[in-house]
Write a protein that binds this ligand. Structure first.
Ligand SMILES: [Zn+2]
Length: 87
């Protein structure tokens, strides 16, 4: 059994791309089907999110948001979540 390789940067939870638990997490969030079908896109750059390029999951405005594994998107997502209280 592989442990969850989740890291946290600010409010974002990051997952290793090949994490086998990722599918379970997405299922729990109710978005596995959408990710598997490529229906969701990166919150920052708009690239389609797949099981291969998913980089992080965070909550914003009460909704689950995904970012791709581009480091720029991960940091932008970290910035967004860090300043959400100043809205
Ligand atoms: Zn992106």
């Amino acid at each position: 059994m592989q442990g969850l390789k989740a890291k946290r940067i600010g409010e974002i939870t990051l997952y290793a791309v090949d994490d086998r638990n990722l599918a379970d997490i997405l299922k729990k969030l109710g978005i596995y089907g959408d990710v598997a079908a490529g229906r969701l896109s990166c919150y920052v750059c708009g690239r389609h999110i797949t099981m291969q390029n998913i980089g992080g999951i965070f909550k914003r405005e009460g909704r689950i948001r995904l970012v791709c594994n581009d480091i720029k998107c991960l940091y932008e997502a970290a910035r967004l979540t860090a300043r959400r209280r100043q809205h």
